[in-house]
Design a protein around this ligand. Structure first.
Ligand SMILES: Nc1nc2c(ncn2[C@@H]2O[C@H](COP(=O)(O)OP(=O)(O)OP(=O)(O)O)[C@@H](O)[C@H]2O)c(=O)[nH]1
Ligand SMILES: [Mg+2]
Length: 494
């Protein structure tokens, strides 16, 4: 005989089990807290118990220096956490926290605070009282609206010792000043992404960019190779998550794509690495006429993988497909070798075959990049757009201040706004370019002076051939157009 259990009873059984397990977790946490209280243990580990609340008894552990509560189901931290005044490390990543209690500001000994992977919608002002904090990890809390450039390296990056955490005061300065501006004037989505076009010389990168952004055929262009790097602005009308069929229809937004055209001659290769970043689209262009070795396909794909990391979207563009003869790449072999490779595009800049399809793919992928619709305070976005339009390659402190004043960006907001000009977003230069002493006499921006022109700091020996990079940047045909190309100081390293 078969007994059918009604679904409602099944849910009840599951529900009871769930409650029991969370009760068990709470009881276990309580036991560990009591044990720690008796032994005055400096470390307490409540990780991965399935906890939905921390017992308030935690407040007795005034000798505790490290508290690990990650991988649980916490929605709040108890106010008693504020009594743990000896705490130096608090690890509450991967929970469901929507806010931190204001009492967290009492933890004045805290140096490391890990809150990644929660649902935080707001930060308490008391966080600014934690003056000893040297690392604050807030990644994976999208509702905070913090760009990756502001959050800095993740804890995984920092743990390896290769990168340093972003100074918490800078993250908090950005958060609070941006929030103030956003509340006062509203926000607009950033709608910007970076497309990096790489490949050997003469494979047709510049022609591809002209075909994509202007619909031009190769014969309409001059035949000169690219010197250094040229950035091309490509505004694209989009609707939802795709290219808009009709730019004039309702609900169409403009996506600002920055196409970076990297001169393929070998002399420029080392300078290129300065501009290769994560959260970008990599187009590795090959010429159908050439074989894999001539196209140096492994080199460029490895470059994209190592600089773009797992966040980069990589496509191989097989260009010149109008040619009857050639050596098209072994797509399956390349896919096996480079799992991050999203696909292959086949184009001709001669008759524009495949260009419309390539456009659609690039736009769809760009709209899927993290942070592309980040809400930004209106005045901040207006400042950023003005910077992009400025003709000069450098910007003095006075000009920067005047611009912020014109756009009604307050003193405290200036530095945060500058962060939006990050290389990841599509313009501005590398952090290792430093200030020209002539300009640094201007009033410094909050906390850190903002460099103004492309000279290396004295005594600094950069880990790349600087002279080549300088040549690439200052060559007359290199039209890195942003005035901020060298005014960026605190973007991600490497
Ligand atoms: N037949 C054919 N020729 C093309 C195509 N695309 C580009 N070319 C030609 O290839 C040559 C090189 O094109 P570019 O766009 O300047 O190549 P590039 O990759 O930008 O070269 P560098 O700037 O030196 O790195 C030019 O003579 C173009 O006319 C194509 O799709 N078909
Ligand atoms: Mg070119």
């Amino acid at each position: 005989m078969v007994f059918l259990v009604p679904p409602c009873i099944l849910t009840d059984i599951v529900g009871i089990k769930k409650d029991r397990s969370s009760d068990d977790a709470y009881a276990e946490a309580l036991r560990r807290i009591e044990r720690a209280a008796q032994s005055r243990a400096p470390v307490l580990n409540l990780t991965g118990l399935g906890l939905s609340a921390i017992p308030p008894e935690i407040g007795q552990l005034t000798a505790l220096t490290e508290l690990y509560v990650f991988d649980n189901q916490l929605t709040v931290l108890p106010p008693e956490i504020g009594q743990l005044t000896a705490l130096t490390t608090l690890y509450v990543s991967n929970n469901q926290l929507t806010a931190l209690p204001p009492e967290i500001g009492q933890l004045t000994a805290l140096t490391m605070l890990y809150v990644s992977g929660n649902q935080l919608t707001t930060l308490p002002a008391s966080l600014r009282r934690l003056t000893k904090l040297s690392a604050l990890f807030l990644h994976g809390n999208p509702a905070l609206g913090l760009p990756a450039e502001v959050l800095g390296p993740t804890w995984q990056d920092v743990r390896g010792g290769k990168r340093k955490a972003r100074p918490p005061a800078e993250i908090l300065d950005y958060y609070f000043s941006h929030r103030q501006a956003a509340l006062a004037e509203g926000t607009e989505p950033l709608m910007e992404a970076k497309v990096l076009v790489l490949g050997e010389a003469s494979v047709g990168k510049s022609c591809l960019i002209a075909a994509l952004s202007e619909g031009k055929r190769r014969r309409e262009l001059d035949d000169k190779g690219t010197s250094g790097i040229v950035r091309k602005f490509w505004p694209v009308p989009v609707s939802g998550n795709a290219l808009a069929a009709n730019p004039k229809s309702r609900g169409v937004e403009m996506l600002r794509l920055n196409l970076w055209d990297f001169g393929g001659q070998e002399i420029y290769h080392s300078a290129h690495t300065l501009f290769l970043t994560r959260r970008a689209i990599y187009l590795i262009v090959l010429s159908k006429r050439d074989n894999d070795r001539q196209n140096n396909v492994d080199y460029w794909l490895r470059m994209a993988a190592s600089f773009g990391g797992p966040d980069a979207v990589t496509y191989v563009v097989v260009n010149k497909c109008d040619l009857k003869v050639g050596h098209p790449p072994d797509e399956q072999a390349l896919r096996r070798k480079y799992p991050q490779l999203r696909g292959f595009l086949h184009t001709s800049c001669d008759d524009l075959t495949g260009i419309a399809q390539a456009r659609e793919v690039i736009v769809r992928e760009a709209l899927g990049l993290e942070g592309v619709r980040l809400p930004i305070a209106k005045s901040w976005l207006a400042t950023k757009k003005s910077l992009e339009k400025m003709p000069d390659h450098t910007l003095s402190m006075q000009q920067w201040s005047a611009l912020c004043c014109e756009k009604r960006v307050s003193k405290n907001e200036k530095l945060g706004n500058l962060r939006l000009a990050s290389p990841k977003r599509g313009f501005a230069s590398h952090p290792r370019w430093h200030a020209h002493r002539h300009h640094t006499r201007a009033a410094p921006l909050p906390r850190s002076p903002v460099p103004t022109c492309a000279l290396p700091a004295r005594g600094q020996s950069p880990p790349y051939p600087l002279s080549r990079a300088m040549n690439a940047l200052t060559s007359s045909k290199s039209t890195l157009p942003s005035p901020l190309q060298s005014a960026w100081s605190h973007s991600q390293a490497g």
